[in-house]
Every structure is written in C-alpha cells, then in structure tokens.
Design a protein around this ligand. Structure first.
Ligand code: LLP
Length: 421
C-alpha cells in the first residue's frame, strides 16, 4: 500500500496534488511520501517484535538526508556502503552506534573515518580487509566490532546483476571457510568478533532462499559458539522484494519474513539486524515526468518524455518494469493505446517501456513512474549534461524540495580547464 492515489481525477502524493508540485518545481522530479516510508519501516519493525532487533535502512536505496532523518526519528539504524554514505548518515543525525558498515571494498580512509566517528559494526568481507581494520583500530587505540559476511552459496532467484549469495559472486567469505576466518579474526587484538552477516541479493520474491541462507547461519552460529566465539548479533541483510506491477506479483510480506526469521534463528537468543532498502523506499517514491512530443513511428507511437535513462536507469540496466500512470486520471472506459515510452537521450537503451498501454496522452501531460523511490534518484547521473532532477518530500498536506535542481552554471563550472589550453 502507498499514499499515491487519485482524488477528484488527479494523482496525489498524500494530500498534495502532483500537478501542484510540478507547477512549483518543474519536471522531471522525484517525490516521496513520508507516510509510506514510515509505514514500510514500521512493518519491518513490528515483524521482529519480541526479538532484540534493529532495522538498519540500506540507505543506498534512497539516501537524501530528509529521508534518513524521517526514518531515524522513527528508530531506524542505517546500513552504509561507503565513506560518503557514512558521513551523510551522520550529517542526518544518525548516531554512529546505529550505523553498520557493509561493502566489499572499504578503503583505509573510509575505515578510519568510521572508527573515528563511531560505528556499530563493520560487516567484513575478506581477510585482507580484516587485517586493515585491525591495523587502523590499533593505530587509533580502539577496538573495532565486526561480523564476517558469509556467502552461503544460495540462489536468490533474482536478476543476475543483483544476486549476491552464490559462491561465484564477489561477496563475503565462503561459508565452508568460516571457522578458519573467525579464528583468524579472534587472533587480531584490534577486532572484537560479535556476530555473523549475510545478504544474498535484492528483489527476492520468495522466502525459500532466505530460509536456506538463514538455516545455514543458524548452524554456523552454533558451530562458531562451540569453537569459542561469542556470537551474539546476526545481520541478515536486506533483499525482500516489492510488487512492481499492481496486479500480478505479490512478494512475501514483512510479517511473513519476520516469522521466518523467528522460526530459523529465534532459538539462538541473538540480536537481529536487517538491512531493507527497496521495500522501505521503493513504493514510497514516484518519478514524475512530462510528455514533450508524441511521435508516430512505424507501427507504433512514441511518447517522448522529459525524463530519461540518466534520471531512472533501472529499465535500461535491469530490464526493470515500472508502472507508468497518467497524473490526470483517465476517464472511465477510455480506450488505451500502446506507446513506446522513451526519453530524449541519444541511445535506444533510453527506453522505459515498449508497447505499454496508456490512455491517450498529449504534449504537456504528466506521467508518474511508480515504485521509483528505491534505486532511482541515487543512481541518476548527468549524462548528456542533463541536471540531476529535484527530490521532493511530502508530509500530509505539506511538501518541501529536499534536493534542488542544479543550474546549468553549477554543472558547467565544475569543470576546470588546464592552463595549457
Ligand atoms: N544490504 C546489502 C549488503 C546490500 O548489498 C543491499 C543491496 C541491501 C542490504 C539492500 O537490499 P534491498 O532491501 O534494497 O533489496 N540497484 C539495484 C539494486 C541493488 C541492490 C544492492 N544491494 C536495483 O535497482 O534493483
């Protein structure tokens, strides 16, 4: 459920008409609903009720500080994957002891920044990384709390580019080597081993892969405990999928996911962390764009929008489906017609949808891409010298621009010309 509904013939974000935001900020833009963000966070938080737990929002999904602050005020921690994300979370007021640091290639500078500023734990992905964290912790005179990310060799049954839990993926250490790696970690005086981390992929639409992975984590917990490690925290990653089409796909609900966690891991008495990103932000955001031209092609019509692949890259990159709706509610019974929906960027990959049935649309009409809140704005670029598009946050009947559209001068003046030119 989200808070983007038609009212009096027009699409609203909570109590604000989308056309009003478009008039104020211009198109294209991203708009997020506070109520939807909070609702999704609460679903996870409630699903783990009765267990000691922390929901660490995977801020890579949508990292605007206004979103982080909204979630942090509701009690969320953060999962960060870079020094930049760490600093952004801190800037949004998230305390270090609620930030977990994931990622396969943390640099020495990033590790130093997090150890100096305070960190809940590092999710360590390799032995070389472990050595570097140990050395920096000793240099700073602190002890770094760590989990080790294990790769359970489980097929997440998702798009190949976002599956991470098979042995051929670059992530974590093979679960079969865990005893050896944990013994190594325990021998390093700058580290304190507190738990185990696992994340098998994103946009999972079944519980079975989670069940396989978490069962392996449960077995590993007992094994490592018997080897003398005080395993007391389990970070279970993110990955629960969302419905991208409203009709025919229904991934498991957070409450079912929570029940699975309790079933597979509840007996261990560990503190549980989860790192959902997409489910919290995905359906809490729209990208709104305007039709520039309707062009008749060979056997099909093209809707040419002012938004493009640089603004929302998921269709080009993952063949992702996004529901696209007219902001003006189509009259009942209006005949739909197929359009290829494209942006102005100079490559055919800049196609959002092919032969998508839409009500008749004309230049100037607004359309909204649903499920664009996660991995939308954060993956955008300035390809074709197109400015990053603004982000807007709605709260009841209020809205605020939470990232301005940069001017062309700001973009162009970022370049510097060498003196020999
Ligand atoms: N934790 C770790 C260690 C991760 O790598 C990820 C996502 C998450 C948590 C959050 O997963 P989520 O709950 O959002 O599924 N750009 C892609 C998705 C990449 C996901 C990368 N890792 C897309 O647009 O589909």
């Amino acid at each position: 459920m989200d808070h983007f509904l038609y009212r009096d013939g027009a699409l609203y974000a909570e109590d604000v008409p989308i056309y009003e935001i478009a008039a104020a900020v211009g198109t294209p833009f991203y708009v997020y609903s506070t109520a939807t963000l909070l609702r999704h966070f609460q679903l996870f938080d409630n699903a783990l009720d009765g267990m000691d737990h922390l929901v660490c929002y995977a801020m890579k999904a949508a990292s605007n500080q206004a979103i982080l602050k909204t979630l942090a005020q509701a009690g969320a921690g953060m999962d960060v994957v870079s020094g930049g994300e760490y600093l952004r979370a801190k800037a949004a007021g998230v305390p270090g002891d609620k930030i977990v640091f994931s990622g396969v290639g943390k640099t020495a500078d990033e590790i130093r920044a997090a150890l100096s500023g305070g960190i809940r734990q590092f999710n360590v992905e390799s032995e070389p990384e472990m050595e570097v964290i140990n050395a920096i912790a000793l240099e700073l005179g602190v002890v770094a709390p760590i989990t080790v990310r294990v790769n359970p060799d489980v097929d997440a049954k998702t798009h190949a580019k976002i599956a991470t839990g098979k042995s051929e993926n670059k992530f974590g250490i093979p679960i079969a080597r865990a005893s050896e790696v944990y013994a190594h970690a325990a021998s390093l005086p700058g580290l304190e081993v507190i738990g185990i981390d696992v994340h098998i992929g994103s946009q999972l639409t079944e519980l079975e892969p989670f069940e396989l992975a978490y069962t392996k984590v449960a077995e590993l917990t007992e094994k490592l405990r018997s080897e003398g490690h005080n395993i007391r925290r389990l970070d279970l990653g993110g990955g629960l999928g969302i419905p991208y089409t409203r009709a025919n796909d229904a991934p498991p609900l957070p409450v079912e996911y929570g029940a699975l966690i309790k079933k597979t891991l509840g007996h261990l008495g560990c503190e549980i962390e989860i790192e959902p990103g997409r489910l919290i932000a995905g359906n809490a955001g729209l990208m709104v764009s305007k039709v520039i031209y309707v062009k008749s092609g060979e056997g099909r019509d093209f809707l040419i929008l002012d938004g493009a692949m640089n603004d929302l890259i998921r269709p080009a990159m993952y063949e992702a489906y996004h529901d696209i709706v007219a902001v003006q509610e189509p009259a009942p019974g209006v005949e739909q017609q197929p359009y290829d929906i494209v942006g102005p960027v100079c490559e055919s990959g800049d196609t959002f949808a092919k032969e998508r049935n839409m009500p008749p649309l004309a230049p100037g009409d607004l359309v909204a891409f649903r499920s664009a809140g996660a991995y939308g704005a954060v993956m955008s670029s300035e390809y074709n010298t197109r400015p990053l598009i603004p982000e807007v946050l709605v709260h009841g009947d209020q809205f605020a621009v939470i990232r301005e559209r940069p001017s062309f001068d700001e973009i162009i003046n970022r370049d510097t010309i060498p003196e020999w030119l």
